[in-house]
Design a binder for this molecule. Sequence first.
Ligand code: PRX
Length: 657
Amino acid sequence: MTEQSPALDNLLTESRTFPPSEEFAAQANAKADLYAEADADREAFWAKQAERLTWDTKWTTVLDWTNAPFAKWFVGGKLNVAYNCVDRHVESGHGDQVAIHWVGEPGDTRDITYAELKTEVSKAANALTSLGVTAGDVVAIQLQMVPEAIFAMLACARIGALHSVVFGGFSPTALRARVDDAAAKLVITSDGQFRRGKAAPMKANVDEALQGAETVEKVIVVKRTGDQLEGEVPWTEGRDLWWHDLVDGQSEEHTPEAFDSEHPLFILYTSGTTGKPKGILHTSGGYLTQTAYTHHNVFDHKAGEDVYWCTADIGWITGHSYIVYGPLANRVTQVVYEGTPNTPHEGRHWEIIQKYKVSIYYTAPTLIRTFMKWGAEIPEKYDLSSLRVLGSVGEPINPEAWIWYRENIGAGKTPIVDTWWQTETGAIMISPLPGVTAAKPGSAQKALPGISAKVVDDQGNEVGPGGGGYLVLDKPWPSMLRGVWGDEERFKETYWSRFSEQGFYFAGDGAKYDNDGDVWLLGRVDDVMNVSGHRISTTEVESALVSHPTVAEAAVVGATDPTTGQGIVAFVILRGNAVDGGDEAVQELRNHVAKEIGPIAKPRQIMVVPELPKTRSGKIMRRLLRDVAENRQVGDVTTLADSSVMDLISSGLKSGK
Ligand code: PRX
């Protein structure tokens, strides 16, 4: 197990607790007895939660775990996910309720009611069908936060096609790897995207990605930047279609078909410990049940009253589960914002909260720390009194950021829910309940009712109060991943082999119990970094670096970073003994990584070194490199094949920013 950084250990010295006010507790969706109810009969509990959804055919068995680790939930049940997120709200008389207050980065806005959403999704579903997309096909979507991204996802769900959303910031190489792995038949993208006031190309990147891609038959292009984008939008006749040309003329009628509860809903790629991203597969009934259940209870969401805003991008699981599926199944009214938080000014989020009277706000610690840097006087200028629940996700939140969030955004009184979960878990697993839990800054605290998590030692034995070890999930849950796309072995190996005897799911996170038995997450214990809440594997960045002609060898570590949680620090050996990696060479390498993977994977720092620290068996000792990257005294070097290497590295460092 990788040692934890000292900064994370400091988390455990925080001892203040913040119980909900009596007023909040009295009106909360979730009361304390939810835990006992779930414990008494887990399957009955989940069956009750599944009743939140509208099923065409009711299930016969709640859980089939006989073929573990491949779970089946709500076996025999049939439903249409898009119908549950859209049509049923119109049918129950809420067609005029705003589903989405969309805010474009340049300041344009669009309010979309449930009736309009139904029309848009139906037209898009008809459009996909007209192109020959059928149930089980894969549609890749690389789009920024425009309404069409949501229409497209729901249109896929409606016809039983799987979407594979690829974050807009991923490079052509990364997009292509994902398109090929899932054999996507169609790609949906836009001409360009607004980023910090400028129009940047999207379609041109997609075209670069798709050169020679054999499975892709059509590319649908949403017009967003139009003539504000410099140059022509590259176009392949016969393959490319404008969204408006294709979709606008379609019929507004579309009858949703019911699919099996275990019908695949989507694939979402995430970084693992190897260079190749894993396509995480989620299915329909269990996923929608748990995303809806958690959205209702963790955020205390009241349909028709609250205005909700999750600031994630739909390119990540948080966008899938807490912008699209859970919230829409619960008839949310939500803000969807296209742009960055400081365009055109650093008060943009607060301005939006004030304008739309946002009551539930869900964001990431890295952004909270950025807001702290920008200064409390910025949010102070806005009326944030509509806020009543704040959420955090993506990485451990340090107590200082937690307190700042509560004081400056939550007026010193809103509950904060620190939600732990993963792409693989599909929905929130460990979190306070806002009307029940006395919150502890920095701790995600308890597994939700119906969920079971444990902190165990190397042997899989649960540790006692105050003890630390690995976080495992010891019982199946409805929104669990159903596999890694096309790679059954990798699924078993990655998640289920570490504690195969006990049958535990190994999350890859280190964790501790405090003396009250609350869980504190301590970061990844594998070679996965967490940069601004984004998962990036060290191997992925290393492969990108060594694909550059000047690099002989590379080792990458995640070093503690005050804003982004971790920053990527790379150590490289240049070819032909070119040890004089000057600033330009370093800059070139940083750009190369951005090109190979995407700007989010750009190393914060690259150090050119003559050697890398290796054990006798040739394994790179990242622990020692982390010491260097974090400016610490280098730890125990006795297992190094050549113990003088660290001196060489420390004395010969050339670094670049
Ligand atoms: O290390 C944990 C961290 O993010 C990882 C999952 O990343 P991803 O699949 O990209 O999903 C992020 C959004 C759900 C976890 O293994 N993580 C996520 N939430 C928290 C967290 N670490 C501590 N506290 C959290 N609340």
